[in-house]
Design a binder for this molecule. Structure first.
Ligand SMILES: [Mg+2]
Length: 244
């Protein structure tokens, strides 16, 4: 486990940070995930595990227990596929308007600490900053209506526009076809460890994850990827451990 050091921020999530050093000069392109990375995953977890089962039970005349079991079982069955992230797929499966249901709790959508400052920082460094998300375009639009950060990105790419999820072994080669990048000069930050493993196998050089994607759940550690407690770790210039 990396050593801890103070992070210059008042937020509880930024009180201690693992040591990380980052040679920004080597990085041209920064791919950033959205949910659980820039945005608090609490909204999505609450939606899928609480709000959606509750509203499904109400609208379909099922018990909350039945609704929760149906949805959680199907999540496990299709997790990691593009369908898992596809609001059209879920609309057809559940016969519910998921966009409208998400809108009902849109007030829960929130940035993770320092996320927008980090985006501004990347802009000052002159990096090519690209949003790279499995989120459905309707979900991205909903999030950006609530948290308007879209102007920070040179490009916004949804896996739905490629037809395969970030977990797919062909994702990165397919991405090269529409967004050329140099793997050795690319940083990718994502809270999804399966997605990061896939990126590693495809040769993306700099990979970071998020220690606490959902602010209401405990932080976690990854043996495979450095886990950011706070984006300020990459901004304060006091860090000292070279990433692989
Ligand atoms: Mg994510």
């Amino acid at each position: 486990m990396p050593n801890s050091m103070p992070c210059n921020h008042a937020s509880d999530t930024c009180l201690t940070t693992p040591e990380l050093q980052f040679d920004w000069d080597t990085v041209q392109t920064v791919f950033l995930d959205l949910d659980g990375t820039l945005l608090d995953l609490h909204f999505d977890n609450h939606f899928w595990h609480e709000h959606l089962p509750e509203r499904y039970a109400q609208q379909k005349g099922r018990s909350p227990v039945e609704a929760r079991a149906l949805i959680s079982t199907h999540i496990k069955e299709i997790e990691g596929s593009l369908s898992y992230y596809c609001l059209d797929y879920w609309r057809d499966f559940l016969e519910l308007d998921l966009v409208a249901l998400k809108q009902e709790i849109a007030g829960r959508i929130a940035l993770r600490p320092e996320a927008e400052n980090f985006l501004t920082y990347l802009h000052t460094l002159g990096k090519n900053v690209i949003l790279l998300t499995n989120a459905h375009p309707d979900s991205i639009a909903l999030k950006f209506r609530q948290i308007p950060i879209q102007h920070h990105f040179q490009r916004i790419i949804s896996a739905h526009s490629l037809g395969i999820a970030k977990e797919n072994p062909f994702f990165w080669s397919t991405l090269q076809g529409i967004q050329p990048f140099k793997s050795a000069r690319t940083l990718f930050i994502d809270d999804n460890l399966q997605v990061l493993c896939n990126a590693k196998q495809q040769g993306v050089r700099y990979l970071l994850t998020i220690a606490q994607p959902d602010s209401t759940l405990p932080a976690r550690q990854s043996d495979d990827f450095p886990a950011l407690d706070c984006f300020r770790q990459l901004m304060n210039g006091t860090v000292s451990t070279q990433l692989p």
